[in-house]
Design a protein around this ligand. Structure first.
Ligand SMILES: [Zn+2]
Length: 322
């Protein structure tokens, strides 16, 4: 168990963090039939395409600003109980538009939840606005302009998520230029469902300080050396990778190989209940299954704080807690 270790998370999709019990309560509230979606307290899906459908169905159970406040507060409070001092949640303002409350109310609700969790537990939270890869480049640019306005101080980063096998990184170059010019921290999903080329494109075109996943960089030794040399931080999510079949088991996961090659790595839960995991469980797996010593895990947590999209005063405060 790693309950005694401080924790930090850079990569968690907020709708993907909804505990099934909360999703059931929401379904009750709105009279939605969730049979086939939630069975025996777990989300039901079999492959990446089905996972995305399942994710959207769960997301559709959160419909108001207050629902989003509850979701963020519930998740961050749960993280804090496991020793987590910092969390960046990935948020999708497009979803606020889809459900009709609008992007502003969606972010306001999430921010209220982050602030409520901080008031109660001290956990620090930030939001990363994501564009959705399978929707293509044009909506991404609209979202980038929205993110660039930075209407909320807790919005500090920009990401690209969704189906990695659709479109090319180049299709999102302009969206990233907009976000970079606005001073947002940049990260991008790459090297998860697609291989090393996807990571190389991300580095060349987006020039991010972090890569969401990036683990399939392991397929190319030159690329691993480049990631290490450039100090790009990998937001690894081992439980997610195993659940989605990216690697056949934890024994085959490249976290240790990447770390040993000098890459800066961190531990993250991605969409925890969908992948039958949690941040605490990712730490436990690193410790008990992958055999990392506490000091090695602490180093990953320190890396996460060093790479966090926060102002320097907040970073210093968080580092002082380690
Ligand atoms: Zn992700």
């Amino acid at each position: 168990m790693t309950l005694h270790l401080k924790k930090a998370e850079l990569h968690c999709h907020i709708e993907g963090a909804a505990p099934p019990a909360l999703a059931l309560a929401q379904a009750d509230k709105y009279g939605v039939d969730v049979s086939g979606l939630i069975e025996d307290g777990s989300y039901v899906w079999t492959d990446f395409s089905e996972f995305i459908v399942c994710y959207d169905r769960v997301a559709s159970l959160f419909r108001t600003e207050e629902d989003y406040a509850t979701l963020a507060e519930t998740y961050l409070t749960e993280l804090s109980a496991a020793g987590t001092i910092y969390s960046e949640i990935i948020v999708s303002p497009d979803h606020g538009n889809t459900i009709g409350i609008g992007a502003d109310a969606y972010l306001r609700g999430l921010a209220a939840g982050i602030e409520a969790a901080k008031a109660a537990t001290g956990i620090e939270g930030r939001m990363i606005i994501t564009i959705i890869r399978h929707l293509g480049g044009e909506p991404a640019e609209r979202t980038a302009f929205y993110a660039a306005r930075r209407d909320h101080p807790l919005v500090t980063g920009f990401n690209l998520a969704g189906e990695e096998r659709m479109y090319r990184v180049a299709d999102f170059a302009r969206a990233y230029d907009i976000a970079r010019d606005a001073g947002l921290g940049l990260t991008i999903h790459a090297g998860e469902m697609a291989g090393a080329d996807s990571v190389r494109d991300a580095l060349d075109i987006v020039r991010p300080s972090r890569i969401s996943h990036g683990v399939r960089a392991i397929e190319d030794a030159d690329l691993v050396r480049r990631i290490a040399a450039e100090g790009v931080v990998l937001e690894t999510c081992p439980g997610s990778n195993i659940a989605l079949g990216v690697f056949p088991g934890f024994h085959a996961h490249p976290l240790r190989a990447l770390r040993d090659a000098g890459c800066r790595v961190t531990l993250n839960a991605d969409d925890p209940p969908f992948f039958h995991t949690s941040l605490a469980q990712e730490y436990d797996i690193a410790s008990e299954v992958m055999g990392f010593a506490d000091a090695e895990i602490d180093a990953m947590t320190r890396t996460a704080i060093e790479a966090a999209f926060v102002d320097e005063d907040t970073r210093a405060m968080l580092l002082s807690k380690l």
